[in-house]
Ligand binder design. Structure first.
Ligand code: HEC
Ligand code: HEC
Ligand code: HEC
Ligand code: HEC
Ligand code: HEC
Ligand code: HEC
Ligand code: HEC
Length: 410
């Protein structure tokens, strides 16, 4: 039932990929605050970027989803195959305990239960429009008024946790996204990323953006677990956040096998992504973070691509012909919170780079030594930039020498 897939044919529906990428809000926008910094102007030169050597093995998520077996965001498995992460906890208690504290596990919630919204109610003036939103554990509400006309509605869902939190509500049978988002690191309310960053033209537009059905499905498929089962979209029965089965696939068969004792003989009937080759492994995380092809086909290249680590990392010279020492899981344990200390990543770099003055690269360590420093590598070679006009900085996963006043490679 579970197999890792390796195919070199691209039958990609460009519009489907485009829809998926646009969902998470990556419009080529004017760089308002960002453009003040000369060093992050987009390059006007045609891209001289060599394509990754692994381009023939990389795939678009759309293609991955067409193959048999499990892949994240796949919606064809029946709901009865999903058991819930508390059941996994019964045998994998340590992983369960640490995974719960990750941003991925907390990346969606019923708006009424949003702690961010409860702690930081919205009170915002935009031209003549006044916005309010709040939550108390039981209910969450959103309202806007221009002094004459008012609109007030319950908020249903909160998406995102560390970088920002956006809110969805229902109106006239459609799903809308509130025009303002809370940004926890900056501690401010500001425009939602794919929303006009200006005073709304009319009261009708002031309430937010009407999302396409495909966009709504996207939010749930990437931020929740089992929102689509048996190819039927059913967000009410999804599990908020990315829990075990969002990555590993439905667990019922695995548990039956584990209980029978067959697991001890190596039959586990669940995907262990550790077995994936480097390209497949990066595409695996790319099913939500966007694969190199997802980004390329949607045209979200250039500075916007900083939001999509698979694209940036595969464009790094370090990536070479694809290497397990540079997959997402080489640096990020998906069961643990993001490490914010630069030093924590040094061993990853030094698994390939020699690190003493004058040392020559070897077959084992193909990377040269740094002439400048011997620790905190990512602080200089993976800088953070604000690239879309939201108060959030993204880490550039295109590892490189950063020269003063140079342009960011696209
Ligand atoms: C009844 C106990 C039990 C439950 C419940 C359970 N597992 Fe396992 N799991 C095992 C055993 C035993 C193994 C094999 C030995 C090991 O790796 O610890 C295993 C292995 C795995 C592996 C590695 C598979 C491989 O082929 O290397 C993954 C991934 C996994 N479990 C995920 C899950 C998830 C996700 C859940 C919940 C949906 C879950 N498990 C629930 C007992 C269980
Ligand atoms: C089912 C979709 C999905 C898959 C699959 C997925 N991610 Fe994520 N990931 C997300 C979302 C959504 C967020 C945003 C979390 C937030 O709201 O801050 C995220 C955030 C992250 C973060 C940032 C955490 C932080 O605290 O800011 C890292 C690191 C990360 N993912 C790594 C991975 C790796 C490694 C893999 C592959 C093993 C992976 N992700 C697979 C959806 C996914
Ligand atoms: C293809 C998968 C995917 C889809 C579809 C998607 N997201 Fe995300 N979302 C992510 C990932 C991965 C992150 C973390 C990194 C990033 O910002 O791209 C994220 C981050 C976020 C954040 C944090 C702030 C930010 O902009 O980084 C918010 C808020 C958010 N998503 C809301 C939504 C909403 C609302 C929708 C539906 C309109 C949606 N997302 C659709 C994968 C997705
Ligand atoms: C964001 C995706 C993601 C989520 C969510 C996730 N895992 Fe994993 N899991 C992985 C990846 C990737 C690996 C392989 C890691 C590696 O190669 O080092 C893995 C490996 C494992 C393994 C095998 C460990 C080994 O040493 O081979 C087990 C068991 C497991 N996960 C259980 C769980 C359980 C239980 C949960 C929920 C509490 C969970 N995972 C949530 C991505 C995820
Ligand atoms: C060589 C190490 C390395 C690899 C490989 C790597 N990352 Fe990162 N990643 C980092 C560092 C360093 C940060 C920034 C940590 C911090 O906040 O200080 C980061 C941050 C992130 C974030 C948080 C948002 C941001 O831009 O800061 C996400 C999401 C993420 N990585 C996803 C991925 C995914 C998906 C992959 C696989 C394509 C990947 N990373 C591969 C080192 C790595
Ligand atoms: C999989 C092995 C591998 C890993 C892991 C790795 N590198 Fe590299 N890196 C290389 C190789 C090989 C080159 C030389 C590429 C070439 O010139 O052909 C290189 C090149 C570089 C360059 C020069 C790039 C340029 O544009 O000239 C820098 C800077 C660099 N690496 C820094 C790092 C840092 C910092 C890390 C950790 C965050 C890291 N590397 C992780 C293999 C790796
Ligand atoms: C203080 C900032 C800083 C830190 C920290 C740093 N580097 Fe560098 N690195 C540079 C600069 C600047 C250059 C370009 C030097 C030059 O060309 O004169 C460079 C060059 C390199 C090169 C290219 C060398 C060559 O011969 O082509 C590699 C590889 C590299 N660094 C890897 C690393 C690794 C690995 C670490 C961590 C052990 C690291 N760097 C830490 C600033 C830094």
């Amino acid at each position: 039932m579970i197999e890792s897939v390796k195919v070199t044919v691209y039958r990609v529906s460009k519009s489907a990929v485009l829809a998926a990428v646009v969902l998470c809000a990556v419009y080529p926008r004017q760089l308002s605050q960002a453009s003040a910094q000369a060093s992050i102007q987009p390059s006007t030169q045609p891209s001289t970027q060599a394509r990754p050597a692994t381009i023939g093995e990389q795939q678009a998520t759309e293609d991955r989803l067409r193959k048999p077996g499990w892949w994240p965001t796949k919606g064809s498995f029946p709901r009865t195959d999903f058991v819930g992460d508390e059941v996994c906890a019964g045998c994998h208690a340590d992983i369960f305990a640490s995974q719960k504290s990750t941003s991925m596990a907390q990346t969606a919630a019923r708006a009424s239960k949003s702690e961010l919204l409860a702690k930081h109610p919205l009170n915002y003036k935009l031209g003549t429009y006044a916005y309010q939103a709040s939550a108390n554990g039981q209910t969450a509400t959103f309202s806007v008024t221009d002094g004459t006309t008012s609109f007030s509605t319950p908020l249903q869902w909160a998406f995102g946790i560390r970088m920002g939190q956006s809110y969805l509500f229902e109106k006239n049978g459609g799903t809308y996204m509130a025009p303002l988002t809370y940004y926890p690191e900056a501690g401010v309310w500001d425009f939602t990323v794919d929303q006009p960053h200006s005073v709304p033209e009319s009261f009708d537009k002031a309430g937010g953006r009407h999302l396409l059905d495909s966009e709504v499905r996207g939010c749930f498929n990437c931020h929740n677990t089992a929102a689509t089962t048996s190819d039927h979209f059913d967000p009410e029965h999804s599990r908020p956040g990315i829990t075990c089965e969002a990555c590993h696939g439905p667990g019922a068969d695995h548990i039956a096998v584990a209980k029978s004792g067959l697991a001890d003989q190596g039959t586990t009937l669940i995907l262990n992504p550790r077995q994936l080759n480097p390209v497949d492994s990066v595409d695996f995380c790319g099913s939500c973070h966007r694969t190199w092809w997802d980004v390329t086909l949607s045209g979200a290249t250039g500075l916007k691509s900083l939001r999509f680590p698979p694209y940036r990392i595969e464009n790094s010279r370090c990536w070479g012909k694809g290497d397990a020492r540079l997959t997402c899981v080489a640096c990020h344990d998906p069961h643990k919170p993001l490490d914010r200390e630069a030093a924590a990543y040094d061993q990853r770099c030094l698994s390939c780079h020699v690190n003493s003055a004058g040392a020559k690269p070897t077959a084992d360590h193909p990377g040269a030594a740094c002439p400048t420093a011997s620790k905190n590598c990512v602080s200089c070679h993976m800088p953070k930039y604000q690239v879309v006009d939201i108060p959030v900085k993204f880490t550039d996963h295109q590892i490189r020498i950063v020269r003063p006043n140079e342009t960011i490679p696209e």
